[in-house]
Design a protein. Structure first.
Length: 461
């Protein structure tokens, strides 16, 4: 109650009120409201969105606006009309006003707007696209996100527009996410567009940047009706376990014992790929049955032939092969027979297997050098390099002499006949003898039973 009666004002400097102008702090200050800003191009913008051709023409004359200039700092008139699907305005702007159908604003073009029309009427979108193409609109162009007019048409399900553009586009072009046009059709579940793309030969196996293929995207979204048209992924090849590690004596000495389906020293090949972080590529070499000796002399063409498509992987594998050949040998890498193990035949056999493996690697290294010299890839070797190679050859000769002595030593333990030798003729003869014995055995039994029956019958009679 007291606050409602109190009035506040400046202190009085005299007993008279004549100097006070009547302002109190409790009085409401009246400020004039500013008029709202109206963009001078707003009416023109609204006329295009509403499809009012006459109002748009009137506003253009009043503003003296160039036909290709951006409206309100965004798209120009032709792009807005294409986006909204107003065919009459697009036709007037192109035919009468001379609008540039290839005008680009913020990486966008009229053809992109027509293929990404918000009108969502495929017939109207097709008419506008035909008009733009007739006036020379560029098809293979992308915006800042990598989207092309063809991708927009697939994304919106404009089958007629897709048919118009399909002969002049690149099927393998991708956006910034690594998605081709078929990805956009699949994500929106446009069955007819997906079917059309597959029929014309679009590659439906290319994965996007996240590693998903079109088939996997369809499965993730639950669009199982699209799986009828999309290629099914090939069955995954599982590398046999005995390809990845030494399990039997046959793996250690593949050239002496019976043949195996595992390529020679494939276990070492797997180790090299694991060392360069490409262990997932081992399946290509397993399917092609590449041995270690063949792997160590492979080139880019041979890697491409076994199915390694990406150049970065081929380059990484070739670099790993080169590093393997450049790796320096040392004395400890060659196994030797110790005096304590002279009575251990298995240890001697493993030493021989180690020598055999190193001989194969040496041979592959020499073939690698010769192959690159013939193609003039490694350049002309210097005198120092030739001298080092000569010394290495002398060292290899000493190793070979050691291997020869080892083999001679092992020969003294070897029987006159290979214990693993199989005489198939002897096996067949034994089978025949067994059949004859069985024949006589069962014949004798039958005759004995017959004689016994006859005697019994005669005795009872």
């Amino acid at each position: 109650m007291m606050s409602s009666l109190c009035k506040y004002g400046p202190p009085r400097d005299s007993d008279s009120d004549s100097s006070y102008d009547g302002f109190y702090f409790s009085d409401e200050v009246k400020r004039p409201k500013p008029a709202p800003f109206v963009d001078p191009e707003q009416k023109l913008y609204d006329a295009v969105l509403d499809g009012d051709l006459k109002a748009m023409q009137q506003e253009m004359r009043s503003l003296v606006l160039p036909v290709d200039q951006a409206v309100k700092g965004g798209l120009n008139l032709l792009m807005l009309a294409c986006r909204e699907g107003h065919y009459k305005i697009v036709e007037w702007l192109v035919d009468k006003a001379g609008a540039n159908v290839n005008r680009q604003l913020d990486s966008l073009m009229p053809l992109m707007m027509a293929c990404n029309s918000t009108h969502k009427d495929p017939y109207v979108a097709e008419r506008i696209v035909r008009l733009l193409l007739r006036h020379g609109a560029v098809i293979n162009v992308s915006d800042k996100y990598g989207m092309t007019p063809f991708m927009f048409a697939c994304q919106n399900g404009f089958t007629g527009v897709v048919r118009l553009l399909i002969n002049d586009v690149s099927f393998d072009s991708v956006d910034n996410q690594g998605c081709t046009a078929i990805f956009h059709a699949i994500e929106k579940n446009h069955v007819e567009v997906v079917k059309l793309l597959v029929e014309v030969g679009v590659n439906a196996t290319i994965a996007n940047n996240k590693g998903y293929t079109p088939t996997q995207v369809a499965e993730c979204h639950g669009y199982y009706d699209l799986l009828e048209f999309l290629p099914r992924p090939a069955s995954t090849y599982l590398v046999p376990t005995h390809f990845l590690g030494y399990n039997t004596l046959r793996d250690h000495i593949p050239r002496i014992f019976l043949k195996s389906d595992c390529p020679e020293y494939f276990q070492e090949l797997n180790g090299i790929l694991q060392a360069i972080n490409l262990g997932n590529m081992v399946q290509y070499f397993a399917i092609a049955r590449i041995s270690l000796a063949e792997f160590l002399v492979m080139d880019e063409q041979s890697l491409r032939e076994i199915g390694i498509e990406y150049p970065i992987f081929r380059h990484k594998i070739l670099t790993g092969i080169l590093d393997f050949h450049l790796h320096h040998w040392c004395n400890s890498s060659i196994a030797r027979v110790k005096k304590d193990d002279m009575n251990n035949f298995y240890e001697i056999l493993m030493v021989t297997a180690n020598h055999l493996q190193h001989l194969i690697i040496i041979q592959a290294s020499l073939r690698f050098i010769l192959k690159n010299q013939e193609h003039n890839i490694m350049g002309q070797p210097s005198e120092t390099q030739l001298s080092a190679i000569k010394n290495s050859f002398e060292g290899y000769r000493d190793v070979l002499n050691q291997i020869t002595n080892t083999v001679k030593y092992l020969g003294s333990f070897s029987p006159s006949r290979n214990p693993l030798f199989i005489d198939f003729n002897e096996i067949l003869a034994e089978r025949k003898r067994k059949k004859v014995r069985n024949y006589f055995k069962y014949t004798t039994i039958i005759l004995g039973i017959s004689v016994f029956i006859c005697l019994k019958c005669k005795w009872f009679s």
